[in-house]
Design a protein around this ligand. Structure first.
Ligand code: 8YV
Length: 315
């Protein structure tokens, strides 16, 4: 059987690229000199697309591939794929849930601790010699026993909540409907009310038209000058301009951000903000998890082309 033609949207590590090249005929859009010319040439042969988390399958790319059957997303979030077009054309979409849940939850907790206890600033304080010159750095903020709000209690949100409960934090959460949780977790579906009931609001929701900018000025003000926002979901869940203003004006206590509008290019105001911890979209970035994500993405492609059920189809 000839190897199916797959359009690849971004670079993968060798441990993914080698088996992809062995099983499929890969066409590297990310290496093309001119994307339109490349798509016009290979598009008609393409039966599958392999994405990167930050490079999705736009309407334009899908339209250039009339024989497209499947899009395999390298990540759990599939907001960068034009799902409407896929639905209309009967194109299957897969993602990589579960394998990254624990790492993303660990990272959300790490960001919560690092921001609250000023780990990055304290490290700089020691290295710069400020400790011996000026004495102890400014005091941090307590984490244990505080009120955690989980905006979007899916698999990742639940894993974050379980970890924070072990820090004796109280847990409140939002979701489309109440979930089967420990009895002391409170369901607060309204994002403003959830923020009011939280010292630390952690974003673990999927972004869609419905949840875009769900964290707006009102939510940020409800969180308040002592509140902290932690975002390991998607930048589009937050009105980034409102967030920048709230931080700059001291209306929000702090933010730990792993995702940004237009990343990897940042709004130039962000690095100058007080009380922010900035990470380059690293929540799932451990070697073990990335290998499992790559394997699951390939397994989905293989299953599709062998006519077997997909392992993790997007509903
Ligand atoms: C990225 C992610 O896929 O799973 C997601 O939704 O955003 C990440 O895991 C990862 O950064 C690879 O690009």
């Amino acid at each position: 059987m000839s190897r199916p033609d797959i359009l690849q949207l971004g670079p993968y590590p060798d441990w993914d690229q080698t088996p992809l090249d062995a099983a499929f005929t890969m066409h590297r859009l990310d290496l093309a000199e001119d994307a339109d010319t490349f798509l016009a040439e290979v598009g008609p042969r393409i039966r599958g697309i392999a994405t990167k988390g930050d490079v999705g399958a736009s309407r334009r790319i899908i339209a250039a591939c009339p024989a497209l059957e499947v899009i395999a997303v390298y990540g759990v979030g599939f907001d960068a794929v034009d799902i409407e077009t896929c639905r209309a054309r009967g194109i299957a979409v897969t993602n990589t849930p579960d394998v990254l849940t624990g790492d993303v939850a660990d990272f959300a907790v790490a960001m919560t601790l690092a921001l609250s206890r000023e780990l990055v600033a304290n490290d700089a304080w020691v290295r710069s010699g400020d400790w011996s010159r000026k004495g102890a750095p400014p005091l941090g903020r307590r984490v244990w026993g505080q009120r955690a709000g989980i905006l979007g209690l899916g698999r990742i949100g639940e894993a974050v909540a379980r970890r924070l409960a072990a820090f004796d934090m109280t847990i409140a959460y939002s979701a489309r409907s109440p979930k089967a949780t420990p009895s002391d977790w409170r369901y607060i579906p309204d994002p403003v009310a959830l923020a009011e009931a939280s010292d630390i609001l952690i974003l673990t929701l999927a972004v869609s038209g419905e949840t875009r900018h769900i964290v707006d000025e009102k939510v940020l003000d409800a969180l308040g000058p002592n509140g902290m926002l932690v975002n390991v979901a998607r930048a589009a869940a937050v009105d980034e301009d409102a967030l920048i203003r709230a931080l700059a004006e001291g209306r929000l206590g702090g933010a730990a951000l792993d995702v940004f509008e237009g990343e990897p290019d940042l709004d130039p105001r962000i690095p100058d903000l007080p009380n922010v911890l900035l990470q380059p979209h690293q929540a799932s970035a451990t070697m073990r998890t990335r290998k499992e994500m790559g394997q699951l993405m390939r397994d989905n492609l293989t299953a599709h082309f062998e006519g077997r059920p997909l392992l993790t189809p997007v509903p």
